[in-house]
Design a binder for this molecule. Structure first.
Ligand code: SF4
Length: 226
């Protein structure tokens, strides 16, 4: 989707009085959508799901981009303190034994109240990132009725870097250190050559998605933390 069309979608949502927000993980690849949104409307709220496990480099990069583009940033934090996020048996933090539940507490649950009060969620997922994402459409309803809008769905990795170069956009400094897909520090390792760019996430586990873009809201956890 080109920038004019993204603008058209956003203007239509505004005309319909829809409450719009975007999320960003502030990886290098996120910077394109953030730049586009800042040129369309700097007031669109950008939510950063601050799990408390991010690399300090990502937090610094986030602050730099927010300042540079003049973004309207909101930090979303988990409701359950880390002290209560322990595995019942080992006592270790949940990302070591139950990463799905860890993602639920730190990413999915904190976003639920935002989804309850907003109408349109703009996020930068791309079809070329995974087979799950390939199945997604430009607009999709979440189970709670919020509309997901995926303006970057048909962008390729090449297009992202062409845009970054054309506009001389800054990159997340972790990229230079070999991290291509960046999430929480405990679940991110450097990129392995010959594997897809998301191979550094939850490496060695069957998990490939945090659930925000797949099981969001559908999967309700009833388990209690210790
Ligand atoms: S990515 Fe890892 S540390 Fe972050 S919320 Fe998910 S399991 Fe926890």
């Amino acid at each position: 989707m080109n920038i004019d069309l993204i603008k058209e979608y956003i203007n239509r949502y505004k005309k319909e009085d829809k409450r719009i927000f975007a999320t960003s993980s502030f990886q290098t690849q996120s910077v394109v959508l953030l730049h586009i949104l800042s040129r369309i409307d700097k007031n669109i709220p950008i939510y950063f799901i601050n799990t408390g496990y991010h690399f300090p480099d990502t937090i610094r990069y986030r602050d730099y981009i927010v300042e540079k583009f003049g973004l309207n940033l909101f930090d979303v934090k988990p409701f359950v303190p880390k002290l209560l996020q322990n595995d019942r048996t080992s006592g270790n933090l949940l990302f070591t034994s139950d990463p799905d539940y860890c993602c639920y507490l730190n990413k999915i649950q904190p976003l639920e109240p935002v989804l309850e009060r907003m109408d349109v969620w703009i996020n930068g997922i791309r079809a070329d990132q995974s087979t799950t994402r390939k199945e997604m459409k430009t607009e999709e309803l979440t189970p709670n009725g919020t509309l997901r809008f995926h303006p970057m769905l048909d962008w390729t990795n090449k297009m992202i870097y062409q845009y970054i170069n054309k506009h001389s956009l800054p990159k997340n400094p972790l990229e230079k250190k070999g991290y291509l897909s960046i999430g929480c520090e405990p679940c991110t390792i450097k990129f392995f050559a010959n594997e897809d760019s998301r191979s550094g996430r939850w490496h060695g586990m069957s998990k490939t998605e945090c659930g925000l873009h797949t099981d969001l809201v559908k999967k309700k956890y009833t388990r209690n933390v210790t």
